[in-house]
Design a protein around this ligand. Structure first.
Ligand SMILES: [Zn+2]
Ligand SMILES: [Zn+2]
Length: 136
């Protein structure tokens, strides 16, 4: 399995999606390609394949003490933030590279940067973990 790499969303080349399932989901988002990442008190819809959405969630979890969960259906409480609720209606969505895939984060700028920060922290935590395992 390849390691997820992290780059700021604005540095992403739109044509470099290595995962066909993510690319298809990003090109024509449907209900099936939506996942919902529940991070503490807010919920952010993600577009991408299930595999990469799951990886994104598990990396976020590394830095979140286990209060991140990924849902494949809209949560019962809905999306609490009005900005996030409106975000899927915008045409251009920033994407976050996850390994060889890409996910669109359908959130307001505040929650998007919180989520991307969480993902970055998770990657650093895992890097740290890998590095300490290497020492044995
Ligand atoms: Zn994918
Ligand atoms: Zn929001």
């Amino acid at each position: 399995m390849r390691e997820p790499t992290f780059r700021p969303p604005e540095a992403v080349d739109q044509h470099s999606v290595g995962c066909a399932a993510c690319e298809a989901a990003l090109r024509s988002p449907s209900r099936d390609s939506l996942s919902f990442l529940v991070l503490g008190r807010f919920t952010v819809p993600l577009v991408g394949c299930d595999d990469h959405a799951e990886r994104f969630g598990s990396v976020c979890n590394l830095a979140a003490d286990g209060d991140v969960s990924l849902l494949t259906h809209r949560p019962a409480g809905g999306i609490t933030c009005p900005g996030c609720r409106r975000a899927p209606q915008r045409v251009q969505q920033p994407v976050v590279p996850v390994g060889d895939g890409q996910l669109a984060v359908l959130a307001c700028p505040d929650h998007r940067s919180e989520l991307v920060g969480q993902f970055g922290a998770g990657l650093r935590a895992r890097h740290h973990l890998d590095a300490s395992l290497d020492a044995f």
